[in-house]
Write a protein that binds this ligand. Structure first.
Ligand code: FAD
Length: 390
């Protein structure tokens, strides 16, 4: 097994590292933490765009970088390790952009793609509803044709960054009588449209990241539909050949572990550094092993994609393992810091500026977003182990 990268790839990694060391400074991270926008920075997204890295996975003809799978992996690993904010571009680059490249009309491509690659537009995703999450095809938000428009009525929930977004890509039901997957259409909606009400949902970090979005007679021009009417489900499943190994998660955990190790070396309890406590040493070692396993699972997914194979349950394994690993890391960090771990960002005595407390609380959501751990296990059971459907 040879895990080495080519010289060119190593040069690229070094360049990305230099850039991130300069741009993702402690001051920037502190500023984002204080603003309650840990993962969100339009300015940083613009800087990635200026470097030509924002859409590095997209084909060149659409303003992308046409990067190889390994370059994408390296880039994702470094962004994750440096805890770089990606909330302002994730939806545009990873989801709606690729859908438009494959299914968009020339007009739609012209209107939206360049704005995404330049980091000028923030997108949010209106998929989940109060009664449609894991079982997304049961969504009820309705779109009815009326003249040159569709009129949309319904509710979306858990919509990350809806309050910061310029546009929303959302799924609606356009044929209530068709089989569930065949009556759905996909729209691009201007978040400034009359009839949209955004209500904050404050998560358990006391942070405002996601929202409820109510759509009340929202008029959307017909040309804002992507793909054919009632084909929205299939359009929404489109992905380009961009890296989706989940590498950012173990990479970010690696940095957090390093910070915990530093903390254990520097902090004394009962006159002895925490780093000499055998239980703490073992917990940290355990995490080092798990992070390495998470990295290997992610590398495997990227390697498969590089070979032109399509990862299915392998990507689910990476998502499941990575996000559950971060949950364990947060838990162990809380145990190591003892009562100090409960202090919040901004408190005088909070260790590591509250990063562990935040990681601990945030980690639960990560096991739910983009498919829950149970759904990932279902996929592994059926596609990986070839068990019958439950
Ligand atoms: C941090 C965060 C950000 C999010 N951002 C967005 C966003 O921007 N846009 C958006 O549209 N949505 C977003 N979501 C919503 C997310 O996609 C849903 O929460 C997720 O799909 C689960 O749906 P649900 O919450 O309705 O739970 P449910 O699907 O109701 O699940 C409830 C429980 O039942 C389990 N369960 C469900 N079905 C099965 C099954 N078949 N087998 C075994 N167990 C099952 C689940 O694992 C879970 O434990 C976000 C969620 C989080 C946590």
């Amino acid at each position: 097994m040879d895990f080495s990268f080519t010289e060119e790839e190593e040069r690229f990694r070094a360049e990305v590292r230099r850039f991130l060391k300069k741009e993702v400074t402690e001051e920037l991270l502190k500023d984002l933490e204080e603003r309650g926008e840990v993962d969100f920075s339009r300015e940083f997204t613009k800087k990635l765009a200026e470097k030509g890295w924002l859409a590095m996975s997209w084909p060149k003809e659409y303003g992308g970088g046409g990067a190889s799978m390994m370059e994408q992996l390296i880039f994702g690993e470094e962004l994750g390790y440096h805890h770089a904010p990606s909330g302002a571009h994730r939806q545009g680059i990873n989801l709606i952009g690729p859908c438009l490249i494959v299914h968009g009309t020339e007009e739609q491509k012209g209107k939206y793609l360049r704005a995404i690659t330049r980091g000028e537009v923030v997108w949010c995703q209106g998929f989940s509803e109060p009664n449609a999450g894991s079982d997304l095809a049961s969504l009820q938000c309705r779109a009815v044709a009326d003249g040159d428009d569709y009129v949309i009525d319904g509710q979306k929930v858990w919509t990350s960054n809806a309050h910061r977004a310029d546009w929303c890509h959302l799924l609606t039901r356009t044929d209530p009588d068709a089989p569930r997957h065949r009556g759905i259409s996909y729209f691009l909606v201007d978040m400034k449209s009359p009839g949209i009400t955004i209500r904050p949902l404050i998560n358990m970090l006391a942070s405002h990241d996601f929202n409820e979005v109510f759509l009340d007679n929202v008029r959307v021009p017909k040309e804002n539909m992507i793909g054919e009417k009632n084909q929205g489900w299939y359009v929404s499943q489109t992905t380009l050949n961009f890296e989706r190994s989940g590498i950012a998660v173990p990479a970010s955990a690696k940095r957090t572990l390093e910070q915990l190790v530093e903390y254990a070396k520097e902090t004394k309890r009962n006159g002895k550094p925490l780093a000499r406590d055998p239980i703490i040493r073992h917990k940290l070692s355990e995490m080092a092993v798990e992070i390495e396993v998470g990295r290997m699972i992610a590398y495997r997914v990227a390697w498969m994609q590089g070979k032109g194979l399509i990862p299915s349950y392998e990507a689910s394994m990476s998502k499941l393992y990575g996000t559950e690993l971060v949950k364990r890391l947060g838990d162990i960090g809380m145990q190591i810091m003892g009562l100090y771990s409960q202090l919040e960002t901004g408190s005088k005595w909070v260790p590591l500026r509250g990063r562990i407390e935040r990681a601990y609380l945030f980690s639960l959501g990560a096991t739910i977003a983009m498919g829950t751990s149970e759904i990932m296990k279902n996929i592994i059971a059926v596609r990986g182990l070839e068990l019958p459907r439950g």
